[in-house]
Design a protein around this ligand. Structure first.
Ligand code: FES
Length: 96
């Protein structure tokens, strides 16, 4: 296993290198991508959903909302990345 893995967010076209085991949500915050995360990563709001565009999802933590997502979509706060992935962010926080 490599020391870091690349997580790419498209949109907005930003990437970050993170240690394996980092959640997609944590990687987004590290990359400066403001994913909407109303429950702060507890896996209950469903707002942090992302679509996996490339790569394997990695280890998925258990949570009640995980089973409700369409195929290819994941809650960013519940996926621990293990290899390079690219995800599409569906809900951004608009900063003004
Ligand atoms: S931040 Fe609420 S489900 Fe992921």
């Amino acid at each position: 296993m490599s020391a870091t893995v690349r997580v790419t967010f498209d949109p907005p076209g930003l990437s970050v290198e993170v240690p394996p085991g980092t959640t997609i949500l944590e990687a987004a915050w590290a990359a400066g991508v403001n994913v909407l995360a109303t429950c702060a990563g507890r896996g209950t709001c469903g707002n942090c959903a992302v679509r996996l565009l490339e790569g394997d999802p990695g280890r998925i933590r258990k949570a009640p909302r995980a089973a409700e997502l369409p195929q290819g979509m994941y809650l960013a706060c519940l996926v621990e990345v293990e290899t390079a992935i690219t995800v599409q962010v569906l809900n951004f926080v608009r900063l003004s």
